[in-house]
Design a protein around this ligand. Structure first.
Ligand SMILES: *Cc1c(COP(=O)(O)O)cnc(C)c1O
Length: 377
């Protein structure tokens, strides 16, 4: 990777493979809603969404109108669900881009009804129900009112209903959320439902407990399609998804320091012996979480070396005292990914960095070029 101090490699064949594996693990009539918010979890929405379009997703979900626009520019016709609440100033774009908003309240129903009349266009919507997340959505006990309002509103077509789990690791609480959701559905939706109506709640973390015969008929998957597993569910290991992204930097300087020398800001590490220290050409200004200092490691030529001292914006120190003497300037250092069969999963770096995989992926900065492997399997 000439000319690069740090870079993320993104293997699109793996993305495609992961999608196939996840699809195989859910009932075949289920729709697959691919969540590609936050620039496709840092993977780059353009390349990933266009590959996903070719590999059979049913719907895209994004956080906002700006992200939806990026997908719309790639191709008309794809249904795009906006997960976050819309600002009124975005209403125009909602129509122009033919998006599906998630509705949470009566004011939104009224707003979209008059928007539909002004623009002379029907608006498809999904109704979001708050079954215990305490964020978006109509509180489940008040959902009936909203169903009624949507039904009698002109120009608004209800195409789906969704809820979101607050603590997927807590099966009892999640089951309670499922029960509340089911109650709402039974009370307010016709049976049978229109064939294209979708009911969805499950994300990467809750997939494992998705009951095959449940009343759901769609999943909303983000993290897992990128081959990263949520921290709580080793039960997803059987899926054998593979990480799509790896992250690398280079060895920029090697120096010898005497025992008792303290390293980096805050002097959080003191050398116990005469040591050889390597300086990596990346820091938290690239993607390495601050708290990885004295916790995580990095790979060079397939061997793992500990990160020592505090991570800085542009540079990170590793202890190379036990490394071969012939390491050269420019040597590739892997912080997430694999070298000679030795792996550092993103999940591990996130753990060492006292963060979560989702946040770590969102912290890969603009300074890091994304290199795409576009080969097909
Ligand atoms: C981000 C998001 C998802 C996807 O979650 P993952 O854990 O990444 O699979 C699903 N639903 C909503 C509402 C989200 O905001």
């Amino acid at each position: 990777m000439k000319g690069m101090r740090s870079w993320a490699e993104i293997d699109l064949a793996k993305l495609e493979r992961n999608l196939r594996l996840i699809r195989k693990s859910i009932p075949s009539h289920f729709k697959y809603v691919s969540v590609v918010k936050a620039d496709a979890y840092g993977h780059g929405i353009l390349h990933t969404a266009s590959r996903l379009m070719q590999s059979g997703v049913d719907l895209f979900a994004v956080a906002n109108v700006k992200e939806a626009n990026e997908i719309r520019e790639m191709g008309s016709g794809w249904p795009i669900l906006v997960l976050g609440p819309l600002l009124e100033e975005e209403d125009e774009a909602l129509i122009d881009l033919d998006l599906i908003p998630s509705l949470s309240c009566l004011q939104e129903v009224k707003r979209f009804q008059s928007l539909s009349q002004t623009k002379k266009r029907k608006i498809k919507v999904h109704l979001k129900v708050d079954t215990g997340m305490g964020r978006m959505g109509v509180w489940w006990e008040k959902a009936a009112e909203l169903f009624q309002a949507i039904k009698s509103a002109h120009g608004i077509e209800l195409k789906g209903i969704l809820t979101h789990f607050a603590e997927p690791a807590n099966e009892e609480f999640s089951q309670m959320q499922r029960d509340r959701f089911q109650q709402i559905i039974k009370a307010n939706l016709p049976n049978p439902l229109p064939s294209d109506f979708i009911i969805h709640a499950d994300n990467s973390s809750s997939l494992k407990v998705l009951q095959k015969n449940s009343f759901f008929n769609a999943v909303r998957i983000g993290l897992l399609q990128f081959g990263v597993t949520p921290p709580i569910h080793s039960a997803l290991a059987h899926l054998q998804v593979e990480p799509v992204l790896s992250f690398h930097a280079k060895l920029a300087l090697v120096k010898d320091l005497p025992a008792q020398t303290s390293l980096s800001y805050g002097r959080l590490h003191t050398l116990g012996r005469d040591s050889r220290i390597g300086i990596i050409s990346a820091g938290y200004g690239d993607a390495i979480p601050l708290h990885c200092g004295n916790q995580a490691s990095a790979l060079i030529r397939g061997t793992s070396y500990p990160i020592v001292g505090r991570v800085t914006m542009d540079q990170t120190l590793i202890d190379l005292t036990d490394a071969p003497r012939d390491l050269v300037n420019g040597e590739v250092v892997t912080l997430i990914g694999e070298q000679n069969g030795n792996k550092i999963p993103l999940e591990t770096l996130a753990l060492h960095g006292k963060t979560i995989p989702w946040e770590l992926l969102c912290s890969i900065t603009k300074r890091v070029p994304r290199i795409y492997l576009t080969k097909r399997e």
